[in-house]
Design a binder for this molecule. Sequence first.
Ligand code: CMC
Length: 446
Amino acid sequence: MTTDTAQTTARTATLRLPDAPEYTLPVVVGSEGERAVEIAKLRDATGYITLDSGYASTGSCASDITFIDGDHGVLRYRGYPIEQLAARSSFVEVAWLLIFGELPTAEQMASFSRLLTDNELLHESLRHHFEGFPPSAHPMAMLSAMINASSCYHPDLLVEDGEEHFITSTAKLISKVRTIAAFSYKKSIGQPLIYPHPERSYCRNFLHMMFSIPYAEYHCRPAVLEAFVKFLILHADHEQNCSTSTVRMVASSGANLFASIAAGVCALWGPLHGGANQAAIEMLLQIRDSGARVKDVVEAVKAKQFRLMGFGHRVYKSYDPRAGILKDALRAMMKVSEASDNLMEIAMELEEAALTDDYFISRNLYPNVDFYSGLILRQIGIPIPMFTVMFAIGRVPGWIAHWYEQRRHGGRIFRPRQIYTGHTQRDYVSLRERGCAVDQDCSHSF
Ligand code: CMC
């Protein structure tokens, strides 16, 4: 069901507004029974707009891609439960599913995997761009900049030219994002860049580029690979979150795929969104290093001194299903490798304290995907500044799917209205009238 096909029902809602004619609003229903009142013509008919800061009650589009039932902790990609995909699918298969709507046939899977391999290298000149960043550059800044820069080397991809062409653009982007991410890490620690290996799968190849060095090949343990694949699948889409809405908004202006995804990376960076995985682990480290008791941390959160990072969600008012899967995956990985992590112990103690405390219960605050994801990345050996980049690698297929849907069905440019609250009209007063002395030279103001 898309914007074109969302069901307008026979039911309507009636709106009575001061100084405006009574207005009848169509009621629209989605395939899982979600209801909306359609207000697209409200302003033309009544002169009113709706005001919803933070968009908590605003649907920006109809979409076929991902379904969330936040009250019951349900997440499905194209109808498939996240639990099944995380347990049985691969990241590349999920990427295809999200972007093209169906699980790939064996032939589609083989040819798409081939395309990913064929496009895994960066243009050698593009490689030199990494030299322009200082060693302290945040990898999210590099990722966004390099995605945009890479479009300069593929001008053919900036135009839309049918589905085959789009498949190639998609493969290029998914493949190159992985190479850019690994290169930016190697650059930040001053190690030689490791080129992708054409015989490795998407996820194994990434870990190879991150952790191999020219004279010592990284050998990936199966439990690590399994946890990493799950991590990427669980991050692959989450309907109209901040970064995806950004991608759709940029796409609505007609901007190309690379520009739109680079904008999505920037939106993801913030600590209330993808940056929460970095913020959550830093919070756990701070608790550990300060020796603070979990009980006191919870009290400080309740006193609004800070937020519990990795907790709470705009849509989930129950346990985020991704957090549960990641927690189990983390435990399984740690069991196989007989690892321990005192941050994991603090996290579990925090979770237990929060879930039995009225502050968190009454506000429906549960662990979200970012609470345990950082602990998984830590076990894999990913350094903290790379955490949000890992989220971005996972989210790229979702962003592409939404970009594509927006372009095919979106229609109008995104252009919200506002209620203006600034000064009403007033007249300009010159600098001299505002106190610049007659003999003073005010020309520098030009
Ligand atoms: N810790 C403590 N209190 C919280 C938290 C938290 N993590 N999250 C929300 N609250 C409180 C908030 O103070 C407010 O309380 P009150 O009613 O007394 O003012 C109430 O809960 C509602 O909060 P809100 O800010 O209106 O909720 P929101 O839907 O606008 O924000 C959120 C959602 C995810 C930004 C927020 O829960 C938060 O800041 N969480 C921490 C950051 C985080 O983990 N972000 C990752 C989100 S999941 C992955 C992703 O989207 O990338």
